[in-house]
Every structure is written in structure tokens, then in C-alpha cells.
Ligand binder design. Structure first.
Ligand SMILES: C[S@@+](CC[C@H](N)C(=O)[O-])C[C@H]1O[C@@H](n2cnc3c(N)ncnc32)[C@H](O)[C@@H]1O
Length: 443
């Protein structure tokens, strides 16, 4: 996966290539989409001749104000995209060249997607993106960063990407910006950079904690950088708080959301654990599959023990909250997460009380706790709930509880017998304890 991740991506079907890709020599009227540079560079030299030949110019007020539109040329103010796309289609059909002004690289979570979906012939002249400019202003490298958007969609996948990954840039929107995202990152070890009005006289770049972001007032447009506060190297951008901002760790393969190179359902000896209190790898394989962890989702691991289930969800890109009542086990989870180089937020406390106030999960693994814990979990309406039960008398009540809460339930008993060596070079089967795995899915 490239640095622009699929955390909040739209279906690729929308991106089918049109019959003719536009080139300099393509006949007929085209729409020239010109990016306005977020690093403060002057307009691209292609803009002036494009404007001179245009019969229609489309752009946001701040972009239209920044260029010289020739007198008499029709303009459409953005706003809503649909009327602008209709006007552009009419112009192209009538052979009238048009110009669209957009921010940064219009191909990065920008207007190019909609114009292509409308089948318009395009020539795209990109400028430096707000994401590139923000990283540059922060003095940070960003190969390996995930780029997600909270613009015009459910912001939770973007927020969960920030909780899961060490380096994320979020494109924001009014009402879904640094304050709201900062509030959702309280409790995670993150430094944030808020970059407002990049490339303009009003540019302001601040390094803040999630708490400061949540309490702040931020002006649109702005970009939020979320940086895991673990790496030792720091920087202090000018005119920001003097606090250290870490550069953020990155996966060595630069693939923030790819399946982990070392796989999952790992053997128990890959985790520190006490008294064999760890979900066995054969069971973990099914449990993790049923939780459907991926970038953009939040998984709770309740009664986390060694943390192996949550850690494997994190390896697969999910944000993870591990709830564990025993402080010694919590320390083990911390060590295991560090060993596997994933970020797991640990809440030390007894469920169900410890679940109050935690951010809403997409999926929950209940590895420990009784009916009261399951009751509290289903009250939060996660899409999926997965349980492992050794005690048979707990199975029917759990199924009943899930069904009564509107979940469809499937379950199976797993009992793996592993190969074990016998003296003399032969092998036998060594049974592991049977366990029932239940999955509740909300329709
Ligand atoms: C629809 S996205 C377009 C991103 C654009 N394609 C780019 O490459 O910068 C709009 C969002 O980009 C960010 N953005 C665009 N221009 C910006 C600027 N000059 N300063 C800060 N953020 C900006 C804001 O997060 C804004 O809400």
C-alpha cells in the first residue's frame, strides 16, 4: 500500500479510466485543474494561459481571489460540487475550455476524483499538497506516513488510523478538525501538529498535545499531523510550543497498513505470559479473523492477559485498547506490544467499570469476565463481539444475551492436538484444552 492509505478511501470502481486520457494534443475542450500551492510558491506557469483561454473558472472563494480571472469569464463558486460539475460538463460539451482551481495536489483527496467520475477530460497541474507542506513545516520526513481524510465522511476511521499508526496526516473539515480529533486521541501517546492556512500570510503551525488540541480553537483549512511520541529524535518548529515533537517510528517496510511480514496467530512463545494465560495460537487464529481488524477500526481486548489477541489486531492495522485488571499483566502487555512494535493503549482496571468512557469500539474480544462484562460490552453496540469460553455452563447464557441484544451468533468448539516428540524419534498428539469460540455479529 502506498503512503496514501485506504483507511478512508472510496471504491476503486469510481476510478475506472475514461476512454481517452487527456494529453497536450487531445482534441476538444478540456478542464484544466490547477493546484494552489500549500508551500507558498507562485501559481504554476500553466495557469495564466489556461485562464486566458477559459470560458469558465471554478474554485473556492479563497482560490478565485488569489488569481486574475479575465473579465467576462463565467465563474462558479465552490461550495457544493454537484452544480459545478454540471456546469463543467455543459462547458465541455459546448467546446468551452474550463479551469478548476483546487488546493495543493488536486489528485490527493481532491476534486480530481469527482471530475473523473463525471467523465470529464482533464489536464491536472498539481502543486505542493497541504500534507507535504505540513510535514515540511514540521521538519519531518513523511515517506511511510498514512494520509487519511475526515472530510465529508465518518471521521472515526481517520481517528483510529491515528490511534494505530505512528505517523498520520489527516485532512480535516469544519467541525471535524484538530479539536475533535485531539479529543479522540486523549489517552494515546501522541504529539500533534496543527498546520493552518498553509502557504498563505495567515499560516500558523503549532505542536500540541491531544489535550491542547481538544481545548484549542483552530481555523479552517488546517491539516493535523499525528505523531507517536516514542521516538527519541525531536524537533521544535519555529513559533510552536517548545515541547519536543518526536519524529514518529515507522515500520521498516514503509507499508503502514500491510499485513505483518511475520504473520499472526503466532506461537505462544512469541509472547511473555504467565501460567499459560494466553489464547492458544489455533484459537487466536479464529478469534482474530472473526474480529476483522484492519486500519480504521478500534478493537477492545477485554481481559487482555498477555495481550496477544489485541497485539495481533494491531499488527493487522487496527487501533487497540487492552483492558486488564492485573497491573503485572498490564506490564506484560506493554512489553509484548513493544516486542511486536505495535501501539496498544492499555487501561488498567476491572471490567465492566473500566469500560465506561472508553471510545466506541468496532469489535470487542472478551477473553475474561462474566455476564456483567458481556452485558456492558453489548450495551456499546460494537459490530462484532467475540468470546472464548472454557466453562460450558457459560455458553448458553452468553448466546442468549447476544441474541437478546440483536446479534446473530455463531460458535464452535475448538480442540487442537499438537504434534509432540516422543523418545526414539516418533511423535504423538498432545491435546490442548477445548474452548468454545462465540461470535456475535450485529446485522
Ligand atoms: C478536500 S481536501 C484537499 C487536499 C488537497 N488536495 C491538498 O493536496 O492539499 C481539503 C483539506 O485539505 C487541507 N488543506 C487544503 N489546503 C490547505 C492549506 N492551505 N492549509 C492547511 N490545510 C489545507 C485541509 O485539511 C482541507 O480541509
Amino acid at each position: 500500500m502506498s503512503r496514501a492509505t485506504a483507511a478512508a478511501a472510496e471504491p476503486l470502481a469510481n476510478l475506472a479510466y475514461p476512454d481517452a486520457l487527456v494529453t497536450e494534443s487531445a482534441p476538444g475542450a478540456v478542464v484544466t485543474v490547477v493546484g494552489v500551492d500549500a508551500a507558498g510558491a507562485p501559481p504554476h506557469p500553466a495557469l495564466a494561459p489556461a485562464l486566458a483561454g477559459a470560458g469558465l473558472v471554478v474554485g473556492a472563494a479563497r482560490h478565485l481571489a488569489a488569481v486574475s480571472v479575465p473579465p467576462g469569464v463565467d465563474t462558479v463558486l465552490l461550495g457544493p460540487l454537484a452544480p459545478a460539475v454540471r456546469r463543467l460538463s455543459v462547458a465541455v460539451a459546448a467546446g468551452v475550455p474550463a479551469v478548476v482551481l483546487a488546493s495543493g495536489d488536486p489528485g490527493l483527496f481532491g476534486i480530481v476524483r469527482r471530475l473523473r467520475a463525471a467523465g470529464l477530460p482533464l489536464r491536472v497541474v498539481p502543486a505542493v499538497s497541504s500534507v507535504a507542506a505540513a510535514f515540511a513545516r514540521a521538519g519531518l520526513p513523511w515517506d511511510g506516513a498514512a494520509v487519511v481524510t475526515a472530510h465529508g465522511r465518518d471521521p472515526r476511521p481517520a481517528l483510529n488510523a491515528c490511534r494505530a499508526l505512528p505517523l498520520v496526516a489527516v485532512l480535516t473539515a469544519p467541525g471535524v478538525g484538530a479539536a475533535e480529533l485531539g479529543a479522540g486521541l486523549i489517552g494515546w501517546s501522541r504529539r500533534l501538529v496543527v498546520a493552518e492556512h498553509l502557504g498563505t500570510d495567515a499560516e500558523r503551525v503549532r505542536a500540541v498535545t491531544p489535550e491542547q488540541a481538544a481545548a484549542g480553537t483552530w481555523s479552517d483549512p488546517h491539516v493535523l499531523l499525528s505523531i507517536a511520541d516514542t521516538a527519541p529524535a525531536g524537533f521544535v518548529p519555529t513559533d510552536v510550543t517548545p515541547d519536543r515533537v518526536a519524529t514518529g517510528g515507522m515500520r521498516a517496510d514503509n507499508q503502514p497498513a500491510a499485513a505483518p511480514a511475520g504473520g499472526w496467530a503466532l506461537p505462544e512463545d512469541r509472547y511473555a505470559h504467565r501460567d499459560s494465560m494466553i489464547t492458544k495460537s489455533e484459537v487466536r487464529a479464529l478469534v482474530v479473523a472473526r474480529l476483522r481488524p484492519r486500519l480504521g477500526r478500534l478493537v477492545w481486548d477485554v481481559g487482555a492477559g498477555s495481550g496477544s489477541v489485541g497485539i495481533e489486531c494491531a499488527l493487522l492495522g487496527a487501533a487497540v485498547l487492552a483492558v486488564e485488571r492485573d497491573p503485572a499483566s498490564a506490564a506484560t502487555i506493554r512489553d509484548n506490544a513493544a516486542t511486536h512494535a505495535v501501539d496498544v493503549r492499555i487501561v488498567v482496571g476491572r471490567a465492566p467499570e473500566a469500560l465506561a468512557g472508553l471510545p466506541e469500539p468496532d469489535a470487542v474480544f472478551v477473553g475474561g469476565g462474566g455476564v456483567d462484562v458481556l452485558t456492558a460490552v453489548v450495551a456499546r453496540r460494537p459490530e462484532r463481539v467475540v468470546l472464548t469460553l472454557a466453562a460450558l455452563d457459560r455458553v448458553a447464557p452468553a448466546v442468549g444475551l447476544l441474541r437478546a441484544a440483536g446479534y446473530t451468533v455463531e460458535g464452535s468448539q475448538l480442540s487442537a492436538a499438537r504434534l509432540a516428540d516422543l523418545p526414539g524419534g516418533s511423535i504423538r498428539l498432545a491435546a490442548t484444552n477445548p474452548v468454545v469460540v462465540l461470535t456475535g455479529e450485529r446485522p
